[in-house]
Design a binder for this molecule. Sequence first.
Ligand SMILES: Cc1cc2nc3c(=O)[nH]c(=O)nc-3n(C[C@H](O)[C@H](O)[C@H](O)COP(=O)(O)O)c2cc1C
Length: 206
Amino acid sequence: MGMTDKRITLAWTGASGAPYGLRLLECLLAANYQVYLLISSAARVVLATEHGLKLSASPDKAREQLVEHLHCDADKLIVCGKDDWFSPVASGSAAPKQMVVCPCSAGSLASIAYGMSDNLIERAADVVIKERGQLLLVVRETPFSTIHLENMLKLSKLGVTVMPAAPGFYHQPQSIDDLIDFMVARILDHLGVEQGLVPRWGYDQR
Ligand SMILES: Cc1cc2nc3c(=O)[nH]c(=O)nc-3n(C[C@H](O)[C@H](O)[C@H](O)COP(=O)(O)O)c2cc1C
């Protein structure tokens, strides 16, 4: 994979599970990916509630905060505003071929399933679907209603990968970080990003 291919769109929406999104961003940047980060306003509320990180509504300021928080390479992180229609992610001619929505709210799931394209997250997902790229939705809600299930089925039939935020316990997690890493490892596996976050079943466990 060449340098130009190492681009990905990551969207954080307002479902519980902000630490998954933060850890995923950290891992993608560490793997030298250029990340276009899209953050919904509800995601900012959830991030503040669950992680104590109060991100600015200004994309530039939010980027500065995240670079400081994660001690990451500033060049690789691009934070886009919700109406930034001139961002590469808004057009099939320039968008990364891979996109992850993590965590994905039931609301964003519905908007994506119906092609609403009313904000940059919905538009970017719509672009990836129409361009037949790889879209992963890490949906978090419980229980799922029939509406949620039908939306997930519809998208799954279109080739979208629906990965409920449901970590396993078979690797005997010792901490919340272990549970977060379980989910993030599965996401990275699907994206084809090398990771060593958790032992692989049947290999490292013997
Ligand atoms: C602390 C907190 C936790 C939430 N958890 C969930 C959740 O797990 N799943 C979900 O679908 N919505 C959840 N919501 C509600 C969504 O944030 C809300 O429906 C919002 O409109 C989603 O907008 P977005 O998809 O544009 O981010 C939560 C909200 C807050 C403030």
